[in-house]
Design a protein around this ligand. Sequence first.
Ligand code: AKG
Ligand code: FE2
Length: 328
Amino acid sequence: MSNKIPIIDVSAFVNNTENKTEVAEQINRACREVGFFYIIGHGIDVNLQLKLEEISKKFFELPLESKLKTKRDAQLIGYFNVGDHLTSGLPDIREGIWIGEELDPDDEIAKQKTPLHGPNSFPDDDLPEFRHIILEYMNCLVNLGHKLVECLALSLGLEGSYFYDRYTKKPFHQIGLSHYPPLKSNTEVKNWGFGEHTDYGLLTILKQDKTGGLQIKTQSNEWIDAPPIENSFICNIGDMMDRITGGIYKSTLHRVKVQLEKDRYSFPFFFEPNFFSKVKMIDGLNTTIEDKENRWDKVSVYDFDGTYGEYILNKVYAAVPEAQTSIQ
Ligand SMILES: O=C(O)CCC(=O)C(=O)O
Ligand SMILES: [Fe+2]
């Protein structure tokens, strides 16, 4: 069924060459019809991807007390254990670490202790090379994000810098390393590795290992597998892109199955509007698709009038109930 999710070569944008129009057309079709697409020709070094996978695995293999040294704090970044994240009401069967933009402690945003932003707490004592690998990977993915939103802009018939000028000059961005521990084959659970949800921002660029388990819901309400494809990333549109395009581009439901007998690792990177920006529909667009009843959380992306930061924090607080009480 994976042929419903197109594989798109984005090298024209990565290398800034002439044949961008055809790629933008493929992206347009994918975003209207599925909300998900694989990318190849992305230019992200295979060795760096390997280093990311290896170091993440080493991190999750550390004893719990070592992982807890980077425990998710009031700023909502850091490590969380299996069961600590309730994506759609039920605890997910995965552990993870969220890493935000690494900011200097003197940076104004850091001084304000802005949630979801660094300085991060890295496992420097146990894995000194973790910090460097993750920051290098994030840096490369920010660059890729800029190229992909240029492509998204052209795909909508907008000028290439449309998103950059309005939302992504200083993009909010974050990586979430995830480990889905295996269940024994005779265990029955109603939980998901990652419960069904849509993503919150503009664009998610996900690297998954070889295990599989990601599923997405098509417009005909059927769940299909989004299996790993070697040296590709799977991208999807988030709620803000849905809002900007009046629902023409779909923020699509997805989830992750629990694995039997196999560990799974995945590495979603979120390329998002500036944390303090208000996201608006494209001027003159004549479509508002009222999606509330159909949405997993029954909240319409159009009802919300705050900043992107407020939008994402509402979502995160709903999934991490103890965070709100520890902050407020
Ligand atoms: O682990 C995966 O494959 C999906 C992760 C995901 O959906 C997310 O982080 O939003
Ligand atoms: Fe997601």
